[in-house]
Design a protein around this ligand. Structure first.
Ligand code: UD1
Ligand code: CA
Length: 467
């Protein structure tokens, strides 16, 4: 959202790096995230649990889809609303690693709060009470294990909460198979009554298909008291966040549910099976977006493309391609089958990246071919370059641990099975012949050969057999 405003008085707007002091001068101020300033909403993200069902040493929030952590997806969705000024991430299990991740990647508007021991989701939220004591606004609460939630849905959810003038809004969804989720229990008149966890539910309650998505929006000053009044007399002996619904109803607060349309958005990751399911859903979303923009994807079932990859129109992606990280690929390219693009790659137009080719951290200009069995890492390839089958850029020195660059000029060629030992430069039109191990730069239009001369022994086979 772009918003411009004219200030004629001394004003300081401080939001991260946005800082203003205009001292009586007219200033035109464009601030993209103006909603954050107006709304003053904070978020609490629960990520302290052990994630027992993942059967892993790693904290659940640090498991990844396309190398991005589950917690990262949630924080990006929150930040993408441009409505949330600050997030508190509740950490516990593997607290050090999770804190390091949050500080390094989201430190500008997120901080972590330690929860030890972990006595349940309600207890987790209560850890933020001290920080938020005087906060007079709305707080949204999410779980760090629902990476498919989108900014759009969160924004609609907050808007609905405001439109309803609600004190508590819980996100719900209708699931055909609601197993393991908390169920939304309603009164006969459809108003909310409570949430009951699977483990505490009666047989009738287990039939309810409306589930708790685990995302809430609350008026902090009205609801904060709930967190000191929650009880742990339930099947798991935990302080359940879900009990704020019944608490709010009892206090005559305005308690609402916001029912989601796209159920996939709130898939909670509790196991490796669900992690794979979520990855597939996320990937399908990315592929659909690309196809809608004019990319041909021959077989979406075997193609994986990260959300940070842009691809131009009329590029064809053949089966079994895996593209990870942030990349930009141009128009009319052919990728695959069976190519692996590992991130930070800029590929021009009319480029061919063929079977069993791996590309990483490289620039490839227009009309260049890397058609078969090659590795191109930390490289810059000009246009009209032809990389022969089996060419390897030897970019990494495992002794010094240094990665070096390979620079290849326009119209250069490499023969099959050549190794380019970086740092190295092939100037325009240079030719490295098949089987070469190139360790020195090659001048423009020169030929580089490094191979033992071939010897032929006439009738050698025949004679050997006769002996
Ligand atoms: C929770 C909800 C359930 C809902 C589901 C949606 C409760 C009691 N249940 O169940 O109604 O349908 O989410 O996905 O809230 N956590 C902490 N500290 C703790 C315990 C948990 O930070 O002491 C964190 C976890 O790391 C996780 C989140 O809270 O990110 C949810 O915990 P989890 O154990 O996954 O709850 P569910 O059983 O899925
Ligand atoms: Ca969960």
């Amino acid at each position: 959202m772009i918003f411009s405003k004219i200030y004629n008085y001394k004003q300081i707007i401080s939001q991260n790096s946005y800082y203003f002091n205009s001292n009586g001068v007219y200033v035109i101020f464009i601030y993209e995230n103006i909603k954050e300033l107006i709304m003053g909403i904070k978020s609490i993200i629960l990520a302290a649990g052990k994630g027992t069902r993942m059967k892993s040493e790693k904290s659940k929030g640090l498991h990844t889809i396309f190398d991005k952590t589950l917690l990262g997806y949630v924080l990006d969705a929150v930040n993408g609303t441009h409505m949330i000024e600050q997030s508190y991430v509740i950490v516990g299990h593997q607290a050090e690693a999770v804190t390091k991740f949050v500080e390094e990647n989201y430190g500008n508007n997120a901080k972590t709060i330690l929860q030890t021991p972990q006595l349940g989701t309600g207890h987790a939220v209560s850890m933020a009470c001290e920080d938020l004591d005087n906060f007079d606004g709305e707080v949204i609460i999410l779980c760090g294990d629902t990476p498919l939630i989108t900014s759009n849905t969160l924004a609609n959810f907050i808007d609905a909460h405001k439109d309803n003038k609600a004190d508590i809004t819980v996100m719900s969804a209708i699931f055909e198979n609601p197993k393991n989720y908390g169920r939304i229990v309603r009164n006969i008149d459809q108003t909310l009554k409570k949430i009951v966890e699977e483990k505490d539910a009666t047989r009738e309650e287990k039939q309810i298909q409306e589930i708790n998505a685990g995302i809430y929006c609350i008026n902090w000053q009205k609801v904060k008291k709930a967190f000191s009044e929650l009880k742990s007399n339930n099947a798991q002996g935990e302080y359940y966040l879900t009990d704020i619904i019944a608490w709010g109803v009892k206090k005559n607060l305005n308690v609402q549910a916001f029912t989601l349309k796209d159920n996939t958005e709130i898939l909670g990751i509790n196991s490796k099976v669900q992690l794979a399911e979520a990855a597939k859903i996320l990937n399908n979303r990315n592929l659909k977006k690309l196809m809608e923009k004019g990319v041909t994807i021959v077989d979406p079932a075997t193609t994986w493309i990260s959300e940070d990859t842009e691809i131009g129109t009329d590029t064809i992606v053949y089966p079994s391609v895996y593209i990870n990280g942030k990349n930009k690929i141009g128009n009319n390219c052919q990728i695959g089958p069976m190519s692996h693009i590992r991130g930070n790659c800029q590929v021009g137009n009319h480029v061919r990246i063929g079977n069993f080719v791996e590309i990483k951290n490289s620039i490839i200009k227009d009309n260049t071919n890397v058609s078969h069995l090659s590795y191109v890492g930390d490289s810059e390839l000009g246009s009209h370059v032809n990389i022969g089958a089996g060419t390897i850029t030897a970019n990494y020195n495992p002794v010094t641990k240094v990665k070096n660059r390979t620079i290849i000029g326009d119209y250069a060629n490499t023969g099959s099975n050549s190794v380019l030992v970086a740092p190295i430069q092939l100037e325009e039109g240079a030719f490295v012949a098949a089987g070469a191990v190139a360790t020195k730069n090659v001048k423009a239009w020169a030929l580089a050969l490094s191979r033992a001369p071939m010897k032929v022994f006439e009738n050698w086979v025949k004679k050997t057999k006769e002996q």
